[in-house]
Structures are given as C-alpha cells and as structure tokens.
Design a binder for this molecule. Structure first.
Ligand SMILES: Nc1nc2c(ncn2[C@@H]2O[C@H](COP(=O)(O)OP(=O)(O)OP(=O)(O)O)[C@@H](O)[C@H]2O)c(=O)[nH]1
Length: 429
C-alpha cells in the first residue's frame, strides 16, 4: 500500500521506465498504455541514455548552451512503484468473484503477449530484423519458393538461382552458391527441400560472416575520427544522426562535423540531429570548404577531449573525378592534426541500388580507402542481396545495417539475423 501513496509524487515520464519487466497485474493496470521498451544501444545491454554523461556536455560551437543534458539529473533507477491505474483506489475493495478474476487474468495475459510482441518488433535481436526485412521482395521470392514445399530437383535450383539474381546477389556469388548446392544434391546430401533450405541458409551466413566485424572505437585515439562518404541520398546524414544517438546512449562524448556543404539542407539536417541528441555540431555553412570544416572540427573535438568525431561529406557520384579527389584532400587535412585520422572511412551504401553499389564501392575505395560499410534501406527493398555481392567481392567489414528510418533502426550488422529474416528456417519445415 505504501507504494500507492508514493506514486502521488510528481514523476516525469521517462521512456526507459517501460524496460522494467512488468508483472501481469501491472500490465493489466497500465494497459492500454503499456509501450514497447525503448531499445538501448545494441550490444551495450544498457538502456537508452542510462550511460550518458550527465553534466559534461560542452557548449555548442555557436556559443549556445548544449541543452538540457548539461543540467539533467542522472537517470535514477526505474521506480519500483507500479504504474497508476485509471482510478486510484481510495479504500480496500472486496475481492472480485472468481469469474471476474479469471477474466482479468486472461486480459492481463493478452496485454502481456501484446507488449511482448511489440517489444520483439523493436528488439535488437532477430525479431526486429524479421519484422523489417521479412516483407521485402528478396525475402518473399526466396521464402515463397520453399513455402510451396517443392520437389528436390534441378528446377528448384533454377528457381533459387533466379531469385538470387533478381535480388542482386550478383552472378559470381549466385553461381558459387547454386553450383555448391547442385553438387551436394547430386551427392545425395539432402533428404528433401527443407534440408537444402537449411544448407542454403548456412552458405549465405558463411558468405557474410567474414565481413561481420563491428566498428570498435579505439580508446587510444582521441577523438576517434569517422569520415562518412557515399553517393547522393544514400542516407549518410541520417546514419550520422543514428550513430550520434547510439554513441551518446553509450555515454561517449562526441562531436559532429557538418562537412556536407553542398546540399542546402544538409547542415541544418545535421544540426537538428545534434540538437535532438545534445551533441555539438561544428558547421561553417553552405558552400564552405569541406576540408576546412573537418579540420576545425577535429581541432575543436581534440581540445574538448571528445571520444568520437563523425564528419559528414557531400554526396558525390563515384564517376565525378574532381569530387572524388576532394575526399583525399579531406583525409590529408585531418592527417595534419592526427596522422592516424580518419580512423574509419565509413562508406554508406544504399541497399536498394543493387549491383550499382559494387561499382560505387570500387571507386570510393580507390579514392578514399574505405574501411567499413553501412548498408541502408534494407527494409522494403527487393535488392538487399547486394550485401552478399559486396561481401564476396571486397571483404570490407559491414559495420551497420539500416533497416528503417527510426534512430534505433541502425543495427550492428548481424549475418545470422539478416539471413534469418530473408529466409526463415521454418519455411521449409
Ligand atoms: N527506409 C529507410 N530510409 C532511410 C534509411 N536510411 C536513410 N533513409 C532515408 O534516406 C533519405 C536520404 O537520407 P540522407 O541522410 O539525407 O542522405 P544523404 O546521403 O545524407 O544525402 P546527400 O546529402 O544528398 O548525399 C532520407 O529520407 C532518410 O530518411 C534506412 O535505413 N531505411
């Protein structure tokens, strides 16, 4: 009872409160207000913003205060009090009849299942990937094949080949996969199509495993400089915003450099992400020299002892030699302050561009020495197979996958979850 009275204290709503496991009774009381828990930084295991430095946020470069984070109190442990019911009890109520209690328990169980399903959709595990990628053209065409419970024969292999090529897995990777399956089928290694499906899943994961190397922030580099590059509209600025949110939630001090000085709205877009996440943004405005912005930002981040600096660059076509050369200049200028910078040249690739992504990466790698990839827009595309082509051809680590527009939709690349979303195990069973 004591806790019901304590609940009267004004308590600001906190998104992470819902991470706490609620009992069935609490869910019944809170329903329909129970929300899916907001995800913390994947891999960190920490709830969003628990690890955030409370008061050390520097002022923004324009002199304005860094925002409420500077004075925000450290996030307290989630209260043990249950959420307020619609009507607060004022006097002891007699126990309801057995049938009513059974109905209440059934309703609470239904609420609990609904909350769990919602949580799974936003979860960092496989469920979130399935929800986002399960409906893509790639998943539907490949999954549909096995769902029809086909015969184990050459026709099935032909159909798999077509599905992989249509999804832009590429000729080389597709041929390797299909011929491997054909050899094993002839050697009678598969009892049925379900066994072939299991083998195909394993082969797809094996193709991706060597490139699943998450981005490690080297604590010895202060700041650790990430230079993002890529063609126009692939999602660079959005990815930087998502990364800012991730690193901020991990409690890292960071700074952004608005180096996309070409597109009119890019500087404002990055500043908006910075403001939303209480992260300072160094900008000189449109048409400024991108290398000069990067230089200023690195000096500033170093002076403030930031752990991470993420620099945006303007989108450019891989065929534009002058603009590609500019990337080399930005790298050289950064190297004047720290010879090891940039520590990561992160190329953002749009997963919907299919095989064109292969030639983009080739050119960007030649011009800027790409050390990691982010493949965006994997949600809702029929062409996500390009991930396999990139992995096979370049072996460059795929750090993150963009599977939606929400900040939490940038996932550390997980080959098992990715393949599982495209080709669930249960299809062939
Ligand atoms: N569905 C989906 N949309 C995304 C994803 N990542 C980015 N976008 C969207 O892609 C569009 C372009 O993103 P930007 O971040 O502006 O792209 P950019 O590379 O900075 O663009 P330029 O500055 O012109 O080179 C925006 O509408 C984003 O919301 C993703 O993973 N999934």
């Amino acid at each position: 009872m004591v806790s019901w009275f304590r609940r009267d204290k004004p308590e600001p709503a906190r998104p992470d409160d819902s991470r706490r496991r609620l009992s069935i009774e609490e869910l019944a009381a809170a329903f329909p207000d129970s929300r899916a828990p907001e995800r913390g930084a994947p891999g960190s295991g920490a709830p969003a913003s628990t690890a955030r430095a409370p008061a050390a946020e520097p002022d923004r470069p324009d002199g304005s205060p860094a925002g409420t984070a500077a004075t925000a109190p450290e996030r307290p442990t989630p209260p043990e009090d249950p959420p307020a019911p619609a009507v607060a009890p004022t006097a002891p109520v007699p126990a309801p009849p057995i049938e009513d209690r059974a109905a209440a328990i059934a309703a609470a169980a239904a609420a609990s299942r609904a909350a769990a399903a919602e949580a799974a959709a936003a979860a960092p595990g496989r469920a979130g990937w399935r929800e986002r990628l399960g409906g893509t053209g790639f998943a539907r065409s490949l999954g549909g094949l096995f769902a029809r419970n086909p015969k184990l024969d050459d026709d099935l292999l032909d159909e798999i080949e077509t599905a992989l090529l249509t999804a832009d897995v590429g000729v080389a990777a597709t041929t390797g996969l299909v011929e491997g399956m054909r050899r094993r089928m002839k050697a009678r290694q598969f009892a049925d199509a379900a066994a072939l499906l299991a083998a195909l899943r394993d082969e797809l994961v094996a193709l991706l495993r060597p490139v699943a190397r998450p981005l490690e922030i080297d604590a010895g580099a202060r700041p650790f400089v990430i230079l993002t590059v890529g063609v126009n509209g692939v999602g660079k600025t959005t990815t930087i915003g998502k990364l800012a949110r991730r690193y901020r939630d991990e409690g890292r001090s960071l700074m952004l450099a608005a180096g996309d000085t070409f597109r009119a709205a890019a500087v404002a877009q990055l500043q908006a992400w910075g403001e939303r996440n209480d992260v300072p943004v160094v900008a000189q405005g449109q048409d400024a020299d991108a290398a000069s912005v990067a230089f200023d930002a690195l000096q500033s981040a170093r002076a403030r002892g930031c752990e991470v600096l993420i620099a945006d660059t303007a989108g450019r076509l891989h065929t534009q030699q002058g603009l590609m050369a500019e990337l080399g200049k930005i790298k050289r200028v950064l190297g004047k302050i720290d010879p090891a910078a940039p520590h990561e040249v992160l190329m953002v690739v749009d997963g919907t561009t299919g095989q064109n992504a292969v030639s983009q990466l080739r050119q960007f790698h030649a011009a800027a020495g790409v050390t990691g990839l982010v493949v965006t827009k994997l949600d809702g595309t029929a062409k996500g197979g390009v991930v396999f082509a990139l992995a096979r051809e370049f072996g460059i680590p795929i750090r993150f996958a963009g599977i939606g527009e929400r900040p939490e939709d940038l996932r550390v690349f997980d080959p098992e979850a990715f393949v599982d979303a495209l080709l669930p195990e249960s299809l062939g069973g």
